[in-house]
Design a protein around this ligand. Structure first.
Ligand SMILES: C[S@@+](CC[C@H](N)C(=O)[O-])C[C@H]1O[C@@H](n2cnc3c(N)ncnc32)[C@H](O)[C@@H]1O
Length: 244
């Protein structure tokens, strides 16, 4: 499957367009409390390298299929283990107190089969009392309906470069897949940067059946990073789960 994050131009912009935010504070608290942590879909590694910089002394492993993203993580620090791949190429047995999947990376898993396989591998990677933490965008809030050309995003890079980003999302499929094109332009660039992505959306009830199939049980669920309860309009479905 095509991965837009394996484009060096996309990876180079990632941290500039996704600076530290409330979601990172939420996950950093979990990582700092865990003696060992695996971050699946770690991207440029901001979470784990920040944990190391904050004094985490245990084993930290970032896993991602995109070399372009990992190159940025490696350039920041070699004090975290960065591994190219995903949960179909790598497994660990009882090695981690915490497994995270942040930045909506979980939505890159497109089928029930992919999700149960990944959750089972995450459970296998945990110690018996370990914790899994991840989030998906909330399907009932229908966020993709705003990923349209009439909702452009404009911003400025730290060096002053102006950017505009326009998404063009297709309607959700019966399988819960939303495919969209993202076109980023800047007057400083010769050509636009275009990416094509597909994300899976699923209901919390369906997610819980897939967690159960993987031998996991939800122990906390939040609708936003301030830990407010999930409602139909919450932006996020944040799940903390443990082995059953
Ligand atoms: C939106 S980025 C999030 C990166 C990072 N977790 C963060 O919050 O900044 C999504 C990441 O998921 C990775 N990814 C794509 N498919 C994946 C898969 N099947 N398993 C794990 N990671 C995947 C991409 O390469 C990309 O780095």
């Amino acid at each position: 499957m095509h991965n837009p994050y394996d484009d060096p131009a996309v990876a180079a912009l990632y941290d500039l367009l996704n600076p530290w935010a409330a979601c990172d504070d939420f996950y950093l608290d979990l990582v700092m409390a865990a003696p060992t942590a695996l971050d699946v879909g770690c991207g440029t590694g901001l979470l784990l390298r920040t944990a190391r910089a904050h004094g985490h002394t245990g084993h930290l492993l970032g896993l991602d299929p995109a070399d372009a993203m990992l190159d940025i993580a490696r350039a920041h620090t070699t004090d975290v283990t960065w591994t190219r791949g995903d949960l179909t190429t790598h497994t660990w047995d009882g090695a981690f107190d915490l497994v995270t999947m942040t930045g909506h990376a979980f939505q890159e898993l497109h089928t029930d089969h992919d999700i149960v396989h990944a959750l089972t591998a995450m459970r296998t990677a945990l110690t018996p009392t370990g914790l899994i933490a991840f989030e998906t965008r909330n399907i009932t809030a229908r966020p993709w309906e705003n990923w349209t050309p009439d909702h452009p995003w404009t911003g400025t890079l730290p060096d002053g470069t102006p950017l505009a980003d326009v998404n063009d999302a297709h309607p959700i499929t019966p399988q819960g897949l939303v495919t969209f094109t993202s076109t980023t332009t800047s007057p400083s660039w010769d050509a636009p940067l275009t990416t094509h992505s597909t994300l899976r959306f699923l209901t919390p009830a369906h997610l819980d059946t897939l967690l159960a199939a993987a031998g996991l049980k939800t122990v906390q669920r939040h609708g936003n990073w301030d830990r407010t309860p999930l409602t139909p309009t919450s932006p996020e479905v944040i799940t903390l789960a443990r082995p059953t």
